[in-house]
Design a protein around this ligand. Structure first.
Ligand code: GAL
Length: 693
């Protein structure tokens, strides 16, 4: 019986990924497109613009995500004539179209007639008309009006062969604002009641005996608002629940549209949405119901110094790779729906990207297994909130900017590469042997943000630091949820996995006993799913698994440094350190070299069954300790790694190797003598790319 269910499940998974893959032709590997806003340009220029796109090498275009006011100029009256015309002209130039639902930008008739649909910000102010994403996911009225416009669009375009697929909304999020509107307040109560059933259960989970926080009825609860709690909050768990609720509301709003579209449009049209990479208020993984989930990506906007003096023009070397590995493993399909075209306007400062780096980003997207890449945007806007934002062409509408030229070059290279495509190329053995799963759970981000314990703690930075260490050892990575099967990954890393339950620990233990190599880092296993400590010894949940007790933890100020010794080297740290007491059979790999706990273990390692467990109790800023320890984990498991120079990315895809240099200095890539170099050379300048077979 069990076997039959398992076979059934496997078949269901197979059918699903087959169905999702059918939107893309494997031999094309990656298809490239660009955003266009017909509603913003003189209709007489549309033909010229689409022709230019096609001449540059683009294969699809993308439209309508902000055009609700033009699609439904007055309530219930739809105007598709202009969009039909744009579609016709795109098709004339052989451009497929991604059509979008326009729900991100409600028209003024809507916001004036139904003001209750607006988000209420944490300070009690209601969001204004004239921005975007200012509607409440919880508003029944907004859901009703969304349903109508999406149905109208789906009926009009659902069987149109020119439409490749659909994008729902735009970057579903509130761009960092949380919603306290009456609709959200009401929906939160319903959500809590469904989760807890009884108010006693809620009181228990929220720990309300603390500071007299006890509730006697669900109707008394309001959304926790840090801005109104000037002396800390009684219940961190209530905040985690609000974050969970917020992410669920977003997901259910996207699902509402997905269900409408799928019930009307042809099966040959895909349905996706473009989530913002790295935005943690919402959780894209909650929308597994979409055909696939795509992401948006802007590497250079003043937020990363990158590597070396010119790094700020190239971005964090692992940003695109991380997004690829975060969105692709969900169902094997993803694409970047928006990729930065050049200088942007909304960063803390907006430098020019390094010459050639846009092409490098495109190759990075290819190398990460993406099925499509779409540039944001074709023309530089002449007016509106994004005036300084580059396009593929400049303000005259015809002159290709540097980004446009780089796209053209990449698209030409991709057409050449397709000629060398071989179906079902097998991943090279030594590369596959390093396949690593990085476990992620949004709960851990939310929980540690609410109770960081040191202002220096940043869960996302901690996770991405581990990610960059693994990539520097040139391992292929899947970032996955804890529910996924781990057995195909020789190495699994769960960084600062604070919230656990006994079932998860049992799953990890079994994974190791069967031969897996598990790495855990500081803060793992401290709390249960309600965010409570275990009523047992510290970190009791993982003590037997890691073979060590955790005596205490410490942290220092940002300008101070304490020391850890490992393999004769000294490493500096100040964010978080766990002092470990290894039990019999557990080896100490690194020890604290100063402070009152000098000599205590910082990193421990043990064999368990056929596998190993390593616990890295110290969090460093530069990640050097973590990288060196991980290297030893792979090597002592008999897995060969290839350590790359800082800022260099190496990936394999469909039979091709791609290396990119994100550093500010020239590097030499180690390429086998007999390799066939297709683009570039093994000497890579900054932003250089080399592709070989
Ligand atoms: C994205 C957004 C686009 C556009 C772009 C500008 O985050 O989805 O609509 O605003 O930024 O860089």
């Amino acid at each position: 019986m069990k076997k039959i269910i398992l076979i059934g499940l496997a078949m269901a998974c197979f059918t699903m990924s087959y169905a999702q893959k059918q939107f893309f032709k494997a031999e094309k590997m990656v298809e490239t497109g660009v955003y266009y806003y017909p509603e913003a340009w003189n209709p007489e220029q549309w033909d010229r613009d689409f022709k230019k796109m096609a001449d540059m090498g683009f294969e699809f275009t993308h439209m309508a995500e902000f055009a609700w006011a033009q699609i439904e100029p007055t309530e219930g009256v739809y105007d598709f004539k202009w969009l039909d015309k744009a579609l016709e002209l795109a098709a004339k130039h052989n451009l497929k179209v991604i059509m979008c639902t326009p729900s991100a930008t409600p028209p003024v008739w809507l916001t004036r007639k139904y003001p209750e649909v607006m988000v209420e910000m944490p300070n009690g102010q209601t969001a204004q008309h004239g921005t975007r994403e200012q509607y409440s996911w919880s508003s029944p009225k907004y859901r009703e009006l969304t349903t109508k416009v999406v149905e109208a669009m789906a009926k009009h375009y659902g069987n149109d062969k020119r439409i490749w697929g659909w994008q729902i909304d735009n970057e579903p999020s509130h761009y960092g604002t949380l919603d306290y509107s009456p609709a959200a307040q009401a929906s939160f109560k319903v959500w809590l009641k469904k989760k807890y059933q009884t108010i006693d259960a809620l009181n228990k989970a929220w720990g309300t005996p603390f500071w007299s926080g006890i509730y006697t009825d669900f109707s008394q609860i309001e959304i926790p608002n840090a801005g109104r709690q000037y002396s800390g909050n009684a219940s961190p768990t209530s905040f985690v629940d609000f974050k969970r609720f917020n992410a669920d509301e977003c997901a259910s709003y996207v699902s509402l549209q997905n269900t409408i579209l799928h019930s009307i449009v042809s099966k040959s049209q895909f349905v996706t949405s473009n989530f913002m990479h790295g935005h943690t208020d919402v959780d894209p993984w909650r929308n597994k119901d979409l055909d696939f989930i795509s992401y948006t990506m802007y590497p250079v906007a003043g937020y990363s110094d990158g590597v070396g003096e010119q790094g700020f023009r190239m971005g964090d070397p692992w940003r695109i790779s991380y997004a690829n590995d975060f969105f692709r493993p969900l169902n094997g399909v993803t694409g970047v729906m928006e990729l930065q075209p050049g200088q942007v306007n909304w960063g803390t400062y907006n430098p020019q990207p390094y010459p050639g780096v846009i092409r490098a980003w495109l190759w990075n997207a290819f190398a990460g297994g993406l099925d499509f890449i779409c540039s944001y945007r074709f023309r530089q806007p002449l007016y509106g909130g994004e005036q300084f934002h580059y396009g593929m062409v400049g303000t005259d509408g015809v002159t290709e900017l540097s980004g446009g030229k780089q796209y053209s070059q990449f698209m030409k290279e991709m057409r050449d590469l397709r000629k060398l495509y071989t179906p079902n190329a097998q991943m090279p053995k030594e590369y596959a042997a390093r396949k690593t799963a990085l476990l992620y759970n949004a709960d851990n981000v939310w929980e540690t943000t609410i109770q960081p314990q040191t202002f220096q703690w940043n869960q996302v930075t901690h996770v991405t630091k581990y990610y960059s260490c693994i990539k520097t050892l040139s391992a292929p990575v899947d970032i996955i949820g804890e529910d996924r099967d781990l057995s195909s990954y020789p190495v699994v890393i769960a960084p600062a996995y604070q919230m656990v339950d006994r079932a998860l620990i049992a799953k990890w233990t079994k994974y190791v006993e069967n031969g897996g190599h598990l790495v855990l880092s500081c803060r793992t296993g401290l709390k249960d799913r309600d965010g409570h400590f275990f009523e047992a010894q510290w970190a009791d949940a993982i003590v037997n698994l890691i073979g060590a007790k955790i005596a205490l933890n410490d942290m220092l100020g940002a300008k101070m440094n304490a020391k850890v010794s490992y393999n004769g080297n000294t490493y500096l740290w100040n964010n978080w350190g766990d002092m470990l007491d290894p039990m019999a059979g557990t080896d100490t790999w690194a020890t604290y070299a100063d402070q009152f706990y000098a000599g205590k273990a910082s990193v421990v390692h043990r064999k368990l069954g056929k596998g190993t467990v390593t616990y890295i109790g110290t969090d460093t800023d530069d990640g050097k300790l973590e990288k060196d320890v991980l290297k030893k984990v792979y090597e002592s498991a008999g897995i060969g790694v290839k350590e790359l120079p800082e800022g260099v990315m190496l990936n394999w895809r469909d039979g091709f190797w791609v290396a990119i240099n994100y550093s500010s200095v020239n590097v030499t890539i180690d390429i086998p003598q007999n390799a066939n170099i297709l683009f570039g050379t093994k000497e890579l300048t900054p932003a250089g790319v080399v592709v070989w077979k």
